[in-house]
Design a protein around this ligand. Structure first.
Ligand SMILES: *Cc1c(COP(=O)(O)O)cnc(C)c1O
Length: 456
């Protein structure tokens, strides 16, 4: 037996056995991976016993922290009662029915219906298939194009990746034809020199009008938007964006879908991001905080008009031929019911609202740094964008990987935050205390100073 046959560290085992998605290879080659064993409130603990304050709620989703007894109890009780069932052939669990009722009740819709998936990507794909299906049943088979925005993140399946407005999808030969990306509504970066916010907004609305005229309204199946772009770098839209864009879409009969996978269930300080921006979409895509990250689950929540139209379309061919084996899983539904209760009635949303001023003040304070170009955010999601020159907004050279360096330095200090482009993103769990939030900003501040002292 060669004595080098088996790698012994968790890092070596992880690298030898597993693929990491969305992971910068040179970075893990230089620094190693982090293998985690458990969590305590907003902290996670690795195999070496190191504790990290997770300022990203896992991947935007673990809003109740990593050891919430009510959520684990809901899962355990449901596993004991009925550990799995599908939602095909006219059968589904009682938990799925109860969750659908609850989702419509807490939605901005008077009435509506729910369809389950196992992820946000699948929920977006499902929504696109619903739109294609119902337009075809209504005699508009050509209505297939999907409008989204640059920097949008809608997922990784072939359709949701095509909706995503990120250049990295080119390595897969995506987007598919018919997925049209409008300008990202980020005034600070996308606005032209001297262009006011109002002029920028007018340009975006004109672009939408021109796109619809060029493509033909009858060829467009729907418009998808995150109320606040998340994985694009936490980008709240320019002031007045939805108020200006939606009337144009409505005039042309184009359904408006809010991708609330991150913003849903309290992240922006309201239950839904669309509430924070004062609009009611035709459907909502939900996942992530839906189960507080304790179970993989996504949901399409259709408002009254789309659910009636889909019902009628289904009657035409007597079946909607779509569904995932595990969708509407009774354990996921039981966990989601408990998570919704915890957020809405158990004090989590109240804590978000209480923390927002402290969060914004912390971001604003760090944004005074000469190498932070702007801070932006909404509710408990925020970003700090690093720049070489604050006045000209000139970024650091990409070869410096400044945001990665900041995030890596934070990790060394026991704080997990996420590099996204040239910015560092914070998306803390809803259970944070004031002291934990102060710890987060202290560690980030120390790391910013250290990295900028090196690169600037
Ligand atoms: C994460 C995310 C998705 C994709 O969800 P997955 O569960 O990772 O497939 C879709 N839309 C938005 C806005 C997201 O943040």
């Amino acid at each position: 037996m060669p004595d080098t046959a088996l790698p012994d560290s968790w890092d070596a085992r992880a690298k030898a056995s597993s693929f990491f998605g969305f992971t910068d290879l040179p970075s893990i080659e230089a620094r190693g991976t982090v293998v985690l064993t458990h969590g305590e409130g907003p902290y996670v603990v690795d195999t070496e016993g190191r504790r990290y304050l997770d300022a990203n709620s896992g991947l935007w989703n673990m809003v109740a922290g990593f050891d919430h007894p009510e959520l684990t109890r809901a899962a355990q009780e449901q596993y004991a009662r009925f550990p799995g069932y599908h939602a095909f052939f006219g059968r589904m669990s009682d938990q799925a029915v109860m969750l659908s009722e609850r989702l419509v009740e807490v939605s901005p819709f008077e009435t509506g219906k729910v369809f389950y998936t196992n992820s946000g990507s699948e929920a977006n794909d499902t929504m696109v298939k619903m739109l294609w299906f119902l337009h075809a049943a209504e005699g508009r088979p050509q209505a297939r194009k999907i409008l989204t925005r640059g920097n949008a993140y809608h997922g990784v399946t072939v359709v949701s990746a095509s909706m995503t407005g990120k250049p990295y999808n080119a390595v897969f030969g995506l987007p598919l034809p018919g997925f049209i990306h409008l300008t990202c509504p980020h005034h600070w970066r996308e606005g032209r020199p001297e262009e006011s916010e109002a002029d920028f907004l007018a340009r975006l609305v004109a672009e939408l009008e021109e796109t619809i005229a060029r493509e033909g309204a009858e060829t467009i199946a729907g418009f998808f938007a995150e109320p606040v772009q998340g994985a694009g770098g936490v980008i709240p839209p320019v002031e007045g964006y939805f108020d200006a864009m939606l009337p144009v879409l409505r005039r042309h009969g184009i359904p408006v879908i809010a991708d609330e996978v991150i913003t849903g269930f309290g992240r922006t300080g309201e239950v839904w991001g669309c509430e924070s921006y004062g609009f009611v979409p035709d459907a909502i895509i939900s996942s992530k905080a839906l189960t507080a990250g304790y179970f993989p689950m996504g949901a399409v929540i259709l408002g009254p008009e789309l659910s009636d139209r889909l019902d009628r379309a289904v009657r035409v061919i007597e079946e909607f031929p779509h569904g995932f084996t595990a969708s509407g899983h009774p354990v996921g539904c039981a966990v989601a019911l408990a998570a919704i209760d915890l957020v809405l009635n158990g004090g989590l949303l109240d804590n978000v609202r209480r923390l927002i001023p402290r969060f914004e003040a912390g971001l604003a304070k760090l944004a005074a740094h000469e190498h932070i170009g702007e801070w932006r955010g909404r509710g408990l999601m925020g970003a700090l964008e690093a720049v070489r020159d604050k006045a000209t907004k000139e970024p650091f050279g990409s070869e410096l990987s400044v945001s990665e360096q900041i995030a890596n330095t934070c990790t060394d200090h026991g704080l997990i935050c996420r590099p996204l482009g040239q910015s560092v993103v914070l998306c803390p769990p809803f259970v944070m205390t004031d002291a934990q939030m102060d710890e987060m900003f202290d560690k980030l501040s120390t790391s910013l100073d250290a990295v900028f002292a090196e690169v600037a």
